[in-house]
Design a protein around this ligand. Structure first.
Ligand SMILES: NC(=O)c1ccc[n+]([C@@H]2O[C@H](COP(=O)([O-])OP(=O)(O)OC[C@H]3O[C@@H](n4cnc5c(N)ncnc54)[C@H](O)[C@@H]3O)[C@@H](O)[C@H]2O)c1
Length: 244
């Protein structure tokens, strides 16, 4: 379905970013998996065995402008185009508000909010030159809902929602869409610690989301939702609309 299109995903060595990459691959896109962890290269090689598209891995640190630019340049020189990007790399320190240190706050804001900003800015410049493109950022349930203990993470994910709206309006008439998908409770290496188990009883659907199911939504928003821009779409099992 997406044959001939090129997708790039940040933070793709594992978890949701890997699942999004696999979904793009299933839909026959060419996919570049990027991550600051060099294991992404091997992960991409393994994925390439399973699908027909051109699939490769690239080391890219979303907190480093030079690394982002070098990655985008490499994609353009090897694949010649870039249609969809998913800015997925993220995470954060989860603590009650009064216990957050300056370092906790900076670390979370720098990875989630600034990292997404730096990627968006470079991607938008590329898309403006190319004349088209679609960005999907990664929010979280924490963009709009507070299970507690998410002061810095909430600030970052809420900010990503705001940046999504701002960039969407700036470039809506230039064939560039910018949206955000906010996953719910998803079991990944990020939350091995069991934090999510405590809040699972508050999820109306009473189960975790799988990385594979939210990945389908990311790919749909990136590639099929062609009149949608500036939106943050929650995939949260009902958490944001009520208690059960
Ligand atoms: N898992 C959840 O329940 C959940 C819920 C809502 C939102 N999210 C969001 O989804 C995204 C992915 O989460 P996940 O659960 O798959 O996390 P994860 O920790 O399993 O994977 C994150 C990936 O990002 C990479 N990464 C970290 N810092 C990076 C950097 N500076 N540059 C490039 N790559 C970097 C890591 O190496 C890792 O491969 C994050 O933005 C997270 O906030 C996750």
């Amino acid at each position: 379905m997406l044959k001939g299109k090129v997708a790039m995903v940040t933070g793709a060595a594992q978890g949701i970013g890997f699942a999004i990459s696999e979904e793009f691959a299933k839909q026959n896109a060419d996919v570049v998996l990027t991550d600051y962890n060099p294991k992404v290269v091997e992960v991409a090689q393994d994925l390439a065995q399973k699908y027909d598209g051109r699939i490769s891995g690239l080391v890219m640190n979303v907190m480093d402008n030079d690394s982002i630019q070098a990655g985008l340049d490499q994609i353009m020189s090897s694949l010649g185009r870039l249609d969809y990007v998913v800015n997925n790399a993220g995470g954060g320190v989860l603590k009650p508000f009064a216990e957050l240190t300056d370092d906790d706050f900076d670390q979370t804001i720098n990875l989630d909010l600034r990292g997404t900003f730096q990627c968006m800015r470079a991607e938008l410049k590329l898309f403006l030159k190319q004349g088209q493109g679609s960005i999907v950022n990664t929010g979280a349930l924490g963009s709009v809902y507070n299970p507690g203990g998410m002061g810095a993470y909430n600030a970052a994910k809420n900010g990503i929602m705001g940046m999504t709206q701002a960039a969407a309006v700036d470039y809506a008439d230039q064939n560039i869409r910018v949206n955000c998908v906010a996953p719910g409770l998803t079991k990944t290496p990020l939350n091995d610690g069991g934090f999510l188990d405590k809040i699972l009883p508050t999820v109306p659907m009473k189960r975790y989301e799988t990385a594979a199911e939210v990945a389908k939504l990311f790919v749909f928003v990136a590639s099929q939702a062609t009149f949608m821009t500036g939106q943050t779409i929650l995939s949260d099992g009902g958490v944001s609309v009520g208690l059960k």
